[in-house]
Design a protein around this ligand. Sequence first.
Ligand SMILES: [Zn+2]
Length: 122
Amino acid sequence: MYTEKTMKRRIRTLERQIEKIKTELAGLGDLHPGSLTEQYNVCGTPGCRCKASPPQKHGPYYQLSYSRKGKGTTRFVRREHRATVARQLKNYARLRQLVDRWIDLAMELANLRLEQDKESDP
Ligand SMILES: [Zn+2]
């Protein structure tokens, strides 16, 4: 349990941490959910190097898989877009991390505010 002084200090700390999260969220760049995977394929051309021994498969090809509103989607990503998409995925992961942290802090703050109200009652 907190004393009134430590409760106020904790509230200020939580408010500061939430402000930092908001600032970082506002600065997040482009984002996209999902994950990138590398793929190597075998084609249908007879005598192709992908059927040699050992096989030299075609690729890598990059595939972006994500799920949105319960619907899973997969699409190819051009090699030259790979770094951009990887950055978008990283930003999305950071967004989720920050929001999750915000929720934890907000819940603690909300409870402390109620505690504080209770203590200031006559
Ligand atoms: Zn081939």
